[in-house]
Ligand binder design. Structure first.
Ligand code: EPU
Length: 421
């Protein structure tokens, strides 16, 4: 098992380049199953979730080439398999997009239930609701979901999600792209990667409008052709570096970002005392004073992202005064890291959906364990800011979603190494 060892207390300075968005990549790669011909996808992050997904698609018969770093050429024309490797599917969350992709392409699918970060109960009833609305027969067991056409066949349909689920919006967009008729998803999620998926599919010939609003319309087309597409930068990876600089102090240019996507994060970091200077495709962050307390409530986009909850909590732990952090997407997400932060000296009490964080002067290094991807990122930030040495265990969670974390942080002046134990 590998760990990160961090000697903290060093400010971060220099520049860091953000990779392509994980949550866009894990939607776009399965969506390539719908395309007849070769898709060249650029700015693909080199992270374990992407590698697992490529293994799954390879096992299904996709022709996959990686001609240069961060570029994937994928041709799924020859794929006939509708039952992806269950062991690989269980290794990650977003493998559930194979359900929508296979339903859309073949009208049937047999996909194991996904694994991945289980920081909360993560039901997929809204995905199923969407598949049923499209006319599918759904057989769901504890292990898998099997889909096939219902008695009236598969066709577009209008329905409303009970909550603005990212995963259900993505899955139904993918499933509906090649179905006859029009699909209208109401109360759709609006995250940047929903728009990115729509842009990818439209580039390949789909007719999707409204992505990024509450109502997404998909007019079915007969086929998609190949093409080239570049994935957007990762909003949460960028936010994580911004939070790291806020907590440790320093002056960093965060490059290859869409500043608009970061506003929901930078507004709060500014309130806490960081200075932010946005450019066209970069953001400079300067943190050189004691942080101030803040009140943050996570919400779906364009609100403050739940995927930044843990990282901002570290900033709060080091701020003067008492901060309040309310989670409204996944209630149990605090349990993945708050106890670990407390072992480093943070003062956090949790009541229902809200963590009350009483700022302390400094954190102390400790041995801590990541329980999910973003919790792990937060513990790395805490280690960078803390006095002494921090050892972060269970780093496979972190490597799911952060490309070259050690290289990027080391270039900013951090003292962090990956050790095989
Ligand atoms: N929900 C249901 N039923 C469903 C789907 C969702 O009750 O069928 C609930 C969830 O339990 C949650 C809320 O709806 O309370 C929102 O869940 P959503 O479906 O939006 O989340 P997701 O698609 O499972 C994606 C990201 C997560 C991110 C959330 C929220 C991907 C692959 N994952 O998950 O990313 O936290 O949206 O923004 O896109 C991460 O990157 O670390 C990560 C966990």
């Amino acid at each position: 098992m590998a760990i990160y060892e961090i000697n903290g207390g060093k400010p971060l300075n220099g520049s860091v380049t953000i990779s392509g968005a994980k949550n866009a990549a894990v939607a776009i790669l399965p969506a390539a199953l719908l395309v007849s011909g070769k898709c060249r996808i650029e700015n693909v992050p080199d992270i374990s979730d992407v590698r697992i997904l490529l293994d799954i698609l390879d096992g299904m018969g996709a022709d996959i080439q990686c001609p240069e770093p961060h570029v994937v050429e994928i041709d799924c024309t020859a794929v006939h398999c509708t039952e992806p490797n269950a062991d690989l599917v269980r290794e990650m969350r977003a493998s559930y997009y194979l359900m929508g992709a296979l339903l859309g392409r073949f009208g049937k699918a047999h996909v194991a239930l996904p694994g991945g970060c289980n920081f909360a109960s993560r039901p997929i009833d809204q995905h199923i609701k969407g598949f049923l609305a499209l006319g599918a027969d759904v057989d769901e067991t504890e292990d898998y979901v099997a889909l096939q056409p219902g008695p009236d066949g598969l066709q577009g349909s209008r329905f409303s999600l009970d909550m603005a689920s990212v995963g259900a919006t993505v899955n139904i967009m993918i499933a509906a792209t090649l179905l006859p008729g029009q699909t209208i998803i109401e109360n759709a999620a609006k995250e940047p990667h929903i728009v990115d998926l729509a842009n990818f599919l439209n580039t390949m010939g789909a007719r999707i409008s409204g992505a990024g609003t509450d109502t997404v319309k998909i007019r079915g087309v007969n086929s998609l052709k190949g093409g080239t597409y570049t994935i957007i930068p990762d909003q949460i990876e960028a936010g994580t570096y911004l939070a790291a600089v806020t907590a440790t102090g320093g002056n960093v240019l965060v490059q290859n970002v869409i500043p608009k996507h970061l506003e929901c994060i930078t507004t709060k970091l500014q309130e806490m005392g960081a200075r932010i200077i946005p450019f066209d495709d970069a953001v400079r962050i300067i943190s050189d004073r004691r942080l101030r307390q803040a009140t943050v409530k996570t919400r779906p986009y364009p609100g403050f992202p739940t995927d930044m909850q843990a990282q901002v909590c570290v900033c709060m732990a080091l701020a003067s005064g008492t901060s309040r952090l309310t989670e409204s997407v996944y209630e149990t997400r605090f349990f993945g890291y708050c106890t670990e932060l407390e072992s480093m000296g943070a003062k956090i009490s949790i009541s229902s959906k809200t963590a009350t964080v009483v700022g302390v002067d400094h954190l102390e290094g400790a041995t801590v364990s990541a329980h999910d991807l973003r919790a792990g990122a937060a513990l790395v930030i805490a280690g960078l800011a803390a006095k002494g040495t921090t050892r972060v265990q269970n780093i496979h969670f972190v490597e799911r979603g952060y490309e070259n974390l050690i290289g990027k942080l080391t270039a900013l002046g951090a003292d962090i190494r990956r050790i095989e134990e």
